[in-house]
Structure formats: structure tokens, C-alpha cells
Design a protein around this ligand. Structure first.
Ligand code: ANZ
Ligand code: ZN
Length: 821
């Protein structure tokens, strides 16, 4: 048969769609598999990263479907976000039109690859029905106190009068007008993810072995639990007057054992003490220049500061050491985070790298207070961050530092000057954005009632369509009428909140929404019964770039929605498969590098099956996939070879019964290869095996070669059908096409491995003479000793011809040894 992908692929795609082959069944007694790939952002066109992602999930979904599982393999669109607004600014399109037309285009691209997505579970997060339920969650969380409003710092362009996202700040300047960006304090909405910090940390244990260690570690570090001491230094004199006067400085340390080594304290630029001092800067001897520097620090976001060189400025005032009464100078430093601990640090240069570098730079004292256990000396001219024995620490000298930690914490707790605390790095999640293309926050500001949620029957709060998006200000805020409304509580005139939600909110629950069938979606956010059946996701496939935020937010939302009664799931993704990057010429495929391969071109040239085969053959899913034109050609040739001898096939309605005894070596070998591959196929589709499709495909290729090397029609037909069955999840179109002609075997039902075909019927034995290896023989498994010895003597004849054999030893299945003289 000629291989003509164009003619057959569309045909089968239509057939699959029309027959609803890939819709999940509404029978909750069936065993289920929920196979999910991270949903795409509708940027315009699919790229090879998408192709890889969905090839992997599709392959897994198809395999489980064949095995009789009820499979949910959905697709949807993460459709809100900045690029749509940027496109609106640049090309004068409407974000909505832009987004939905991209979705249509990408959808047809995806379906041209033959992916077995459920069509009826599709969603776009910008659909108003999706917003409706997200707003309902928002209100439930607001009413529970899980969402609150607080002032926070945002990037602000003073020229465009607009808030900027981090990506829009380029080297501290506005992406549009180059004006230096400042930090502006504005009201924002936050979700109390910190309430769940401990649970989010603990439950990672249940994912051990199911998520990669790398991702688990990234999650743990991001949550960042640390235990330590919080205590206050007294200031040498008060700052400010009356009620506002400040007389102490609180710090958080994980190393109270190093307290005698403090040589300065460092404050975040936004710290209230810094602000108080700056009001009277001259009094503290702070020069105009230094004041200017402090202000620059304050105008730089923490994110930016973290990347800068460490800098500090002395504040002209001391605190008093709580244990030895020494004066310790205060500094403001760019590396101290206002949002962590108390925004102030006791700095111990002898035992902390950052403090050490800072002390070196500014010639501050370095006081060692811990020495390594097995050394008499302390470490000099470097920092020593490890454990050891206390020195230079008065009554604590000689103590092991872990003991000293406990004793020092106990001392502070007893004296009431400090307490042991647990801190998390995790911050509350800022969810408000001053942009148009997002889910509107369903809150109303009323002069009489304060902030009131929109009433549920008025949901969704939909975006107005007639907006001007020009990069200046918040389009919703500028809209002439949209924000004016009636207070749901008192009926007076009020205004809507004009902020929209971070798009990470939408991606935090879409996998729960997928479980809800289309006919229930108007009336329910998440159908509890369906969610209970489908959750947890059995395999979640996506890029490592989502290892932290998306996965953390999705885990968090699942826990919240569980508490709200929507799902019984504790952890949404029971297994996680992080796929490797797609590269070309050694670099990640990207527009800026100009090394992008367009999937559409590959499909046009070779067909979808070749694109799929190459993608899964070139590397195991977790590894990097390097683009290789020759390997694409190779994949195409393999499919052609698969078609080439189809005419040899016998039409059949069930597998032929083949008895091995009458077969030739080549026939037996072919069957062995085929069944080995079948066995491998069953082993490949497990999380633990890493879904190494590449080796499975290699094995299929070997098996096809072996089948081609023999002439038995039955062996060929059996093997051929089995190979089509194995390859169906990988190259479905051609497999359906080929099997339709010749086999009437329903839907590639699972085939049992014929273990007799796997058996070796001959083995290799080594022949040694006086213990030295001199040759080998191939003998039948059931050969007797006489036959073995005859063959063995022939094989080593030149070594024994002149000698006398004293002893003949046969070690079954292994070797024959001749002792000769
Ligand atoms: C003294 C000290 C000595 C510290 C030493 C470390 C090593 P983790 O473990 O990440 O929780 N720190 C406290 N608050 C900070 C803030 N707002 N911004 C930046 N750094 C801050 O880190 C806790 C340690 O980070 C604390 O322990 C403190 O420095 C610093 F040999 O105190 B340590
Ligand atoms: Zn009101």
C-alpha cells in the first residue's frame, strides 16, 4: 500500500469525532483514568512544546482507553492575560476577538494531530460562564475571610499612569515609554494561602515518588518553613515622639546560637524605622546623597533588588545587644525583605555568607562565635555556616551549637524578650490586577456599606466590550459607565471594583471544572459527583516552568474547594510528569533565537503520524527533545515500511492459533520479537517506568524487521496486528486505516502475551579448555549431554586434537569444560 497521510488522517479524525470515540462515558462504575496536559495559552499558533505535551498525554489516554478504562482527556484554554491586551494596544484588535480567533486556529491545529480530546468538556477561562463560577468562589472565600484587601507595592509608571506587570519593567523602566518605574503603594486583594502553608508542605509527602524530587524540593523551598527566634533589640534612644515613638527593633533569626557574633543589624528600605529616621535624616547624620540612595532602594521592587549587588547605608543610630550590652549599628540594606520575618536582620558576618560579603565591603567587624567541632581554631577570614561549638559567647562557651540554640531560645522566652517562632517564606497571594482582560473582581464599593460582594444572582459580572485599551491606566476604571452600579445591600448608588483577577486563579481550578459535563455547567461550578469520580488527575503532564506557582496555587485551590464542599480531593494531581524542553541546534526553540520549527509545516509535509512518532521516538518524555530533520525522515520511512507489505496479511476476525513447534528459527524469532514488544508496551505505560515510548518504538522497529525476514502468513498476520495494536496510541491514523482493511478486531482490545513465544529455544554455551575460554556453541534448550559434548568438541577441535581428555564437565545452560593433558 502507498502511504498517503493526507488522504487518511482527516478521514479518521472525522470518524473519531462523529462517533464520539473520545468522549468520557457517563458510567461511574467503570474504572477511570484522568489524563491531563496543562492547558495552553491561546497565543495564536501551536508550537513544538504543545505538540510534545499533547502527544504524551494522547498516547497515554489512548492506551488506557483500549484497556477498557473510562478516560477523561480534556483540552481547554487559559484565555485571559496580558498578551491579548498587548495585541489590542499594538494592532487595534479587541482582546476578546483576538483570543477566540486564536483558539479556533489552535484548535484546528491540535485536532489535525489526531489528539483524542473530549470535545464536550472543552472550556475557555474567558467564557463568562467560567467567570461566573470563579466569581462565586471569590465571594465564598471573601466571606470566609480568606481574601482580604491591603495596601501593597506595585510597579507604577508615572508617565502612563498605569500599573506595570513585572514583565513590563525592563531594567527598571517602563516598557512603553522608558520612564523610570516607581513603587507605588496601592490597595490590592490577597488570598491567604499562608493559612495553608503547613498543609501544603505536609501533603507533599503523599506525592513522594509520584512527583519528581526536583519539583517536590522546589515546592518545599518556596513554602520555606524555618524555625527560629524572634526577639527585640532596644534602641539606644527613641525615634520619634509621643505615641508614634519607636524604642525597639524586632528581628527574626534561625541562628540564635550566633547571637554573640552580631556586628550590625540590617533593615529593609521600607521598614517603619527607616521611614521614621528619614523624616529627620539630618539629625542622624544622613547626607542628602545617602537619603537619595535610600529612596532609590525604596523605589526598586524587592524582585529587582534581589538581583542587584548588595548595598547598604548606615542609619546613624545603634541598638543595644540584649546579652552583652554592646552597641550595634543599624544599617539599611537592599537585600532585606520587608515581607519576611520582621523586615530586619541581626547580621552575623562570621557565619553567614551574605553578611560576610556585606561586612567585607563596608569594613564591619567579623566576630567568630562558632568553631568546627574537631578543630581548636575558629575559621579565619571566611564565614563558617556549619554547626560546631560556641566560642566568644560568655556562659554558652563550649556548648554544641544546637544545644546553645535551645538554651538561648529558652532564655529569651523566660525573660519575655523573645519567642520561638515558625516562619514561612510563602507570602499571601496578590490576586488583583489593574487590567481589562481578566475575570472582574465581583465586589462593590458602597459609601454606606463598605465593600460588598455582588449578589450571586447577578453573576457573572461580565466585562464591558466597548473599551479603549491604550496602555494608559486601567481600561475598566476609564470606562464611562461600567463601574456604576447599585449596592446589593442598601440599594444606593455604588461603584464596582475595577481590578481583575490574576490569571493564575483560572488555572487553579480548571481541572475540576473539566470533570463537570456540559449539561450541568450552567447550574453548577463543579459537579461534586463527577469530581468525586474523576479526581484525582492520574497523570498531569506539563513543563517544569510551572513547577512552583501554578502547581502550588492549584494544590491550594483544591484544598480550599474541598473545605467549601466542591470536591473530596486533597491533592489534585496524583502523578506529575514534567516534560523536557524542545530544542534545536542546542537551544530552546524560541522566536527570538529563530530556531522554531512550525508543526503545521511538518504535518503538511509528512503527516500527523510522523510528527507524533518523531516526537515520542526522539527522547523519553522527561528529557530534552532535540529537533533532528533526519530523524523526522526516519520516522516517516518507518511508517512507509509498516504499510509496505500489508497485502501479505490474512483477513482475520481473531488472532490465529500458532503452535511454535512447527515454526522455523526465523518465524520463532519474529514471534519472540513481537511478543517482547507487546510485553514492553504494557510495562511502558506506567508512571514508574517514565513512559519511555522511545524504547518501545525502537522495539516495534526491530519486530517489524524480524517479521519481514520470514514468510509465514500466519506469523506475519498475527505479528502485524499486534504491532498495529501497540502502535495505535502513537500513530493512530495509520493503525486504524491498516487494521480496518484486514482485521475485524474491535477497537484494538488488549492482547494477552503468549509467553511460550518469549521462551528461548536455543542457548549459547561457553566452551573452556583447562579453564580458558576457547569457543562457544548454540544448542537447543532441551539438548542432552551427548549432543552438547559432540558440538563442543567440534567447536574447540584444534585445542584438543593433540591432547588427551581427562575430564568433561557440563554446567547446564552455561558452559562445557575439558580438562586435558
Ligand atoms: C542571624 C543569622 C546568622 C542568620 C547566621 C543566618 C545565619 P531562612 O532560613 O531562609 O528562614 N533574615 C531574617 N529576616 C530576613 C529578612 N526579612 N530579609 C532577609 N533576610 C532575613 O532565613 C532566616 C535568616 O535570614 C535569619 O537568620 C536572618 O539571618 C535572615 F549565621 O539571623 B539569620
Ligand atoms: Zn450599600
Amino acid at each position: 500500500m502507498e502511504y498517503n497521510p493526507k488522504a487518511i488522517e482527516k478521514k479518521w479524525q472525522n470518524f473519531w469525532e462523529e462517533s464520539g470515540a473520545y468522549e468520557p462515558k457517563d458510567d461511574k462504575n467503570l474504572p477511570k483514568k484522568y489524563i491531563l496536559s496543562m492547558f495552553p495559552y491561546p497565543s495564536g499558533n501551536i508550537h513544538m512544546g504543545h505538540v510534545r505535551n499533547y502527544c504524551i498525554s494522547d498516547c497515554i489516554a489512548r492506551k488506557f482507553r483500549k484497556e477498557g478504562y473510562n478516560v477523561l482527556h480534556p483540552i481547554g484554554w487559559d484565555a485571559f492575560g496580558m498578551p491579548a491586551e498587548n495585541a489590542a494596544i499594538k494592532h487595534k484588535t479587541h482582546p476578546k476577538a483576538w483570543t477566540y480567533s486564536n483558539i479556533e486556529n489552535m484548535k484546528s491545529q491540535l485536532y489535525s494531530l489526531g489528539f483524542s480530546f473530549s470535545k464536550t468538556r472543552e472550556l475557555a477561562t474567558c467564557d463568562t460562564i467560567y467567570s461566573k463560577w470563579e466569581q462565586a468562589f471569590f465571594i465564598a472565600m471573601w466571606e470566609k475571610g480568606l481574601i482580604y484587601r491591603k495596601k501593597g507595592f506595585l510597579n507604577w509608571c508615572p508617565n502612563d499612569q498605569t500599573v506595570l506587570a513585572n514583565e513590563q519593567v525592563i531594567e527598571g523602566k517602563c516598557w512603553r515609554c522608558d520612564t523610570p518605574v516607581v513603587q507605588k503603594e496601592m490597595y490590592q486583594y490577597y488570598i491567604k494561602i499562608t493559612d495553608y502553608a503547613q498543609e501544603l508542605l505536609e501533603d507533599l509527602e503523599t506525592l513522594e515518588g509520584k512527583w519528581s524530587n526536583q519539583v517536590l524540593t522546589m515546592q518545599r523551598n518556596w513554602i520555606g518553613k524555618s524555625e527560629g527566634l524572634s526577639f527585640s533589640f532596644d534602641l539606644e534612644r527613641r525615634i520619634g515622639e509621643g505615641d508614634c515613638a519607636i524604642s525597639t527593633l524586632e528581628v527574626f533569626t534561625t541562628r540564635p546560637d550566633t547571637i554573640y557574633g552580631v556586628s550590625y543589624c540590617a533593615l529593609a528600605p521600607e521598614h517603619s524605622l527607616v521611614k521614621a529616621i528619614m523624616q529627620n535624616a539630618e539629625l542622624y547624620g544622613i547626607s542628602k546623597e545617602a537619603a537619595q540612595q535610600i529612596q532609590t532602594m525604596q523605589n526598586t521592587s524587592e524582585r529587582m533588588r534581589a538581583q542587584q549587588e548588595k548595598i547598604g547605608i548606615p542609619l546613624g543610630i545603634n541598638v543595644v545587644h540584649p546579652l552583652n550590652g554592646k552597641k550595634i549599628p543599624l544599617w539599611v540594606a537592599n537585600f532585606v525583605l520587608m515581607g519576611y520575618g520582621s523586615g530586619a536582620v541581626m547580621s552575623v558576618p562570621a557565619h553567614d555568607e551574605r553578611d560576610f560579603d556585606f561586612a567585607k565591603k563596608y569594613h564591619l567587624p567579623i566576630l567568630p562565635v562558632i568553631k568546627p567541632k574537631d578543630s581548636t581554631d575558629s575559621v579565619r577570614d571566611n564565614f563558617y555556616a556549619e554547626g560546631g561549638v560556641l566560642i566568644n559567647s560568655e556562659e554558652y562557651n563550649g556548648l554544641d551549637n544546637e544545644d546553645a540554640k535551645k538554651k538561648i531560645i529558652a532564655f529569651f522566652e523566660k525573660s519575655g524578650k523573645g519567642k520561638s517562632v515558625v516562619n514561612f517564606k510563602l507570602r499571601d497571594w496578590g490576586i488583583s490586577r489593574q487590567r481589562y482582560w481578566g475575570t472582574p473582581i465581583p465586589l462593590i464599593h458602597c459609601e454606606a456599606c463598605g465593600i460588598v460582594p455582588e449578589s450571586l444572582e447577578n453573576l457573572p459580572v461580565a466585562l464591558p466590550e466597548d473599551v479603549s485599551i491604550d496602555g494608559e491606566g486601567n481600561p475598566l476604571d476609564k470606562h464611562p459607565s461600567w463601574k456604576y452600579c447599585i449596592c446589593p445591600k442598601c440599594g444606593r448608588e455604588a461603584t464596582r471594583e475595577t481590578d481583575t483577577l490574576d490569571t493564575f486563579v483560572e488555572s487553579s481550578w480548571y481541572f475540576l471544572r473539566y470533570t463537570t459535563p456540559q449539561n450541568l455547567r450552567q447550574n453548577e461550578a463543579i459537579s461534586a459527583k463527577d469530581a468525586q469520580y474523576w479526581m484525582d488527575v492520574d497523570e498531569y503532564i506539563g513543563g517544569i516552568e510551572h513547577a512552583i506557582l501554578h502547581l502550588l496555587y492549584a494544590r491550594f485551590f483544591t484544598k480550599v474547594l474541598k473545605n467549601l464542599g466542591y470536591t473530596e480531593s486533597k491533592e489534585p494531581f496524583s502523578h506529575l510528569l514534567t516534560q523536557g524542553m524542545v530544542t534545536k541546534d542546542g537551544a530552546k526553540m524560541s522566536k527570538s533565537k529563530g530556531n522554531v520549527v512550525d508543526p503545521e509545516e511538518i504535518i503538511a509535509q509528512y503527516g500527523a503520524d510522523t510528527a507524533r512518532l518523531f516526537t515520542l521516538f526522539a527522547a523519553p518524555p522527561v528529557r530534552e527533545l532535540e529537533w533532528n530533520d533526519a530523524a523526522v525522515e526516519g520516522s516517516y520511512r518507518f511508517i512507509k515500511r509498516l504499510c509496505a507489505k500489508i497485502e501479505k496479511t490474512q483477513k482475520m476476525t481473531s488472532l490465529p492459533k500458532i503452535t511454535a513447534e512447527n515454526l522455523s528459527e526465523a518465524e520463532k524469532y519474529a514471534r519472540k520479537k513481537v511478543y517482547e514488544t507487546l510485553k514492553k508496551s504494557n510495562e511502558t505505560f506506567t508512571h514508574e517506568s517514565g513512559y519511555t515510548f522511545n524504547t518501545l518504538i525502537a522495539s516495534c522497529m526491530e519486530a517489524l524487521n524480524a517479521l519481514n525476514e520470514q514468510d509465514n502468513t500466519e506469523v506475519w498476520s498475527e505479528g502485524y496486528f499486534i504491532l498495529l495494536n501497540i502502535l495505535e496510541p502513537i500513530i493512530p491514523h495509520i493503525c486504524w486505516e491498516l487494521s480496518k482493511e484486514y482485521f475485524n478486531l474491535a477497537n484494538f482490545a488488549p492482547i494477552a502475551v503468549d509467553t511460550t513465544a518469549l521462551k528461548e529455544d536455543s542457548i549459547i554455551m561457553a566452551i573452556t579448555v583447562n579453564g580458558k575460554r576457547r569457543g562457544e556453541i548454540k544448542v537447543a534448550v532441551n539438548a542432552n549431554n551427548d549432543e552438547i559434548l559432540t558440538l563442543a568438541k567440534e567447536a574447540v577441535s584444534k585445542w584438543i586434537a593433540e591432547a588427551t581428555i581427562i575430564k568433561e564437565i557440563v554446567v547446564p545452560n552455561k558452559l562445557v569444560n575439558f580438562v586435558v593433558k
